[in-house]
Design a protein around this ligand. Structure first.
Ligand SMILES: *Cc1c(COP(=O)(O)O)cnc(C)c1O
Length: 452
């Protein structure tokens, strides 16, 4: 296997089929939306793929290209507007192949200094967008869920170190619009999620937060989570007000920008994030709105030394790393072994420059603005909340939950788009999440026309 290939698996052969496939996939226009198959259908079409003597590279690749890949939705399809899509640049997607081929251990400076240097420059760009200080730093982790958990673990470590004798801060405050991963992190940590009622715009504000913190005792909180772009509505919390309350009571201020953090790059919406510069930690998923492939979340800390103390794993076999003064990414999050998963983003940033990122984010914002205006113009449609970023939530007057489901199923069935409904306060609603610069106003019109 390693350097002893037969004809069917020689390096030249495998390189050709893998690189050709990748290039062709990236050149497809339009990309196919594709559809899920049942286990039975896949069993019939793909059969047993793992055999004692192997299928050979050609046969395995054919199986992937003809059966398995068409059974996976293309998240970069311009009318895939469900959840939060992912639309990597070609540079980022291609560089993912390079990362795989390069056998880099991205956990320590000793083993991966070049990769860590590059990743840190990409992190620095994000820290600068957020206005974090020069000492800020962090690590690319698999996703917002691990990013939020890692930040909260550091926050609790810090709060318990500083707490008065006997005090054990155990609460996390966040709005009810916070992402499900915050509740999940609290479960994992055996912490108490303390919901804060939002204002009429669905925003966590300083004054509401203050009331809740005082009610439950400031000494019991180890973190407040503000969301910079909620998943369901794209709402940015009152970061300045929330940060002020955190400073007043000495509570760790975490900003979850997994989706919306990318808006920092767009001058037209930058003011929504005012106050983020005071955060103790911040996450943004480049695999959402910053055009990197899965899986990639940037996690940043104002004072990395705290996170390092909270997360570093200690063992005799790691001493050579943990006792070194250099930057070891692995020391800043949950997890040890790590892929240098920030490199695809780095390569794309290095290739295109940051202005191209600002332009691409602005393009999605203008298409989302177009969608919102078009919805307001149409009798049968109604915006549920004013649009802030690139999530647009609206109702089709007169539709039942079954109508939304039939509409969504039909769009997928006819390969027009992938747009699943959402729900809010018990009501089923339509929702577009636009993070793909290839999504056009015409795509929006096609989808809205399908709701007549
Ligand atoms: C998507 C999202 C997360 C979770 O990120 P994953 O990368 O899916 O783990 C957390 N917070 C917000 C606001 C999100 O939109």
């Amino acid at each position: 296997m390693h350097g002893f290939p037969d004809d069917n698996t020689s390096l030249g052969d495998l390189a050709r089929i893998v690189l050709d496939y990748s290039k062709e996939r990236l050149e497809l226009d339009p990309v196919p939306l594709d559809r899920p198959l049942s286990p039975e259908e896949l069993g019939q079409q793909a059969g047993e793929t793992i055999t004692p003597h192997g299928l050979g590279g050609h046969r395995a690749m054919d199986l992937f290209a003809e059966v398995l890949a068409p059974a996976c939705l293309s998240v970069d399809h311009p009318r895939y507007l469900s959840f939060i899509p992912c639309a990597p640049t070609e540079a980022a997607a291609m560089f993912d192949l390079v990362v795989g081929a390069s056998s880099i251990y991205g956990g320590s400076w000793l083993e991966g200094s070049g990769a860590v240097y590059a990743e840190n420059q990409a992190l620095r760009w994000l820290a600068d967008l957020a206005g974090m200080p020069a000492e800020a730093g962090g690590v690319f982790v698999p996703g917002g869920t691990i990013g939020n958990l890692s930040a909260l673990v550091a926050a609790r470590w810090s709060a318990r170190r500083e707490a008065t004798e006997g005090a054990r801060p155990f609460r996390v405050a966040a709005s009810s619009g916070a992402h499900s991963s915050i509740g999940s992190a609290c479960e994992v940590m055996d912490a108490e999620f303390t919901p804060v009622p939002t204002d009429d715009g669905g925003r966590l504000t300083g004054s509401r937060l203050r009331e809740v913190v005082l009610e439950h005792g400031p000494e019991n909180f180890f973190a407040v989570v503000a969301t910079a772009g909620t998943t369901n509505f794209g709402t940015v919390d009152d970061l300045a007000g929330v940060g002020e309350v955190c400073r007043e009571f000495g509570i760790w201020f975490h900003v979850d920008g997994a989706y919306g953090g990318a808006g920092l790059a767009a001058p037209s919406v930058r003011r929504l994030y005012d106050g983020i510069e005071h955060c103790d930690s911040f996450i943004v998923d480049p695999h959402k709105w910053l055009f990197a492939p899965f899986d990639c979340c940037a996690l940043l800390y104002r004072t990395p030394a705290i996170a390092r103390a909270a997360h570093t794993q200690h063992a005799g076999y790691l001493d050579v790393l943990t006792e070194a003064p250099e930057w070891n990414p692995t020391d800043y999050s949950v997890g040890l072994t790590r892929r240098a998963r920030g490199l695809p983003l780095w390569f794309s940033l290095a290739t295109h420059g940051t202005q191209a990122y600002a332009d691409a984010v602005e393009r999605t914002l203008s298409v989302a603005a177009f969608a919102a205006e078009e919805i307001e113009r149409r009798e049968e449609l109604e915006l549920v909340r004013p649009r802030e970023l690139t999530v647009v939530v609206f109702r089709r007057r007169g539709w039942s939950p079954e109508d939304y489901k039939r509409w969504s199923d039909r769009l997928l069935e006819q390969q027009v788009g992938f747009v699943v409904p959402t729900s809010h306060e018990g009501e089923t609603l339509a929702r577009f999440a636009i993070v793909n610069p290839q999504t056009t106003p015409e795509d929006v019109l096609t989808l809205l026309d399908s709701m007549r």
